[in-house]
Design a protein around this ligand. Structure first.
Ligand SMILES: NC(=O)c1ccc[n+]([C@@H]2O[C@H](COP(=O)([O-])OP(=O)(O)OC[C@H]3O[C@@H](n4cnc5c(N)ncnc54)[C@H](OP(=O)(O)O)[C@@H]3O)[C@@H](O)[C@H]2O)c1
Length: 294
């Protein structure tokens, strides 16, 4: 089985490099090997690998910057997945493509299922939704895995920022009007590899028969404030924290170029039902992540 992984240096991609390695011959690229904003380069590059599986966690993920660079965000998040889907179909391969909770507007007030109608409220969300649609339109074997609030303890992510603030400031303020599902990049990479192992030898047919959109994120949901408090609670070096007060704030207290949905939590029942696999609760993953990585 030959696997082509794109975005190998990102939060999810760097973990996938490890979890996919035992499953077959892995070719792992990032922007240095193939710039996904240049659609015309993609086809030939993919054909040179002849993969059975293409896994694409590569994306333009700078949510605020996307507001001023919509063309670049669109090239990477919408056009590139379309070309990858076409090449996968031509080669008889399956495409596993990652997407986001930010395809939703957050107004539902409850976790979203795959049947809810997306309505993005920022450029990043629009481009990711366009990417989903184009993969579906091509119609080859594909899984679109929508995840949310991805973090890695080895990157500048929300938990690592919270720990840094807590060691420098006595008071920190965190928004409480944004709710979603914190998702550890390592768990996401583990479950992706488990899914491929479970698919068996005819992975393209098995996954192809189950093509579609799936929600896959840490079980349960939290506000950013609850997430931050859990990070501080699980911190194995709590004695280094000088923070005394963690105050709730509103999104409008920290104006950003891109709007964020209020509640974009994802309900992941479909993935569990179809594949018999699921991610642990966001708190359990966070506990393992914080303890292991520090
Ligand atoms: N992070 C989140 O909170 C979050 C939430 C929901 C969904 N997701 C989705 O989950 C997936 C993985 O996210 P992540 O957090 O692992 O993202 P990430 O850490 O930003 O990784 C994305 C990778 O893609 C690479 N990339 C960017 N532009 C590229 C280009 N033009 N050509 C080739 N590679 C390019 C990035 O390289 P550079 O670092 O050099 O740009 C990076 O290595 C993405 O589909 C994302 O939309 C993420």
């Amino acid at each position: 089985m030959r696997i082509l992984l794109l975005g190998k240096d990102g939060q999810v991609g760097s973990e996938l490099q490890r979890t996919l390695a035992p499953l077959g011959e892995l070719v792992a690229w990032d922007i240095g090997e193939l710039n996904l904003s240049q659609a015309k380069l993609i086809g030939e590059a993919v054909r040179s690998v002849q993969p059975d599986i293409i896994i694409n966690p590569a994306a333009y993920t700078a949510v605020d910057r996307a507001e001023s660079e919509p063309d670049l965000a669109r090239a990477v998040n919408a056009e590139a997945p379309g070309v990858l889907a076409e090449e996968a179909q031509r080669l008889g391969a399956v495409l596993i493509h990652f997407s986001t909770d930010y395809v939703f507007d957050g107004a539902k007030g409850a976790p979203y299922t795959e049947d809810d109608v997306p309505n993005p409220i920022n450029t990043y969300g629009h481009t990711k939704l366009e990417g989903e649609k184009v993969v579906q339109q091509v119609g080859g074997p594909h899984l679109i895995l929508r995840t949310s609030w991805v973090y890695s303890m080895r990157f500048d992510s929300f938990p690592t920022k919270v720990l840094r603030w807590a060691r420098k400031q006595q008071v920190i303020r965190i928004v409480e009007d944004q709710v979603s599902c914190p998702t550890w990049s390592r768990m996401l990479a583990e479950i992706t590899a488990l899914l491929l192992a479970k698919a068996g030898t005819d992975v393209v047919t098995w996954l192809g028969e189950r093509s579609g959109v799936y929600h896959l994120a840490g079980e349960g949901s939290a506000s950013r404030l609850e997430w931050a408090k859990a990070v501080l609670r699980f911190d194995p070096r709590r004695e280094e924290q000088i923070v005394e007060e963690v105050h709730p704030a509103r999104s409008e207290d920290f104006p950003t170029p891109a709007r964020r949905p209020e509640c974009s939590a994802l309900k992941c029942d479909r993935f569990r039902r179809v594949f018999g696999l699921g991610l642990p609760t966001w708190e359990e993953s966070l506990r393992l992540a914080v303890e292991e990585e520090l």
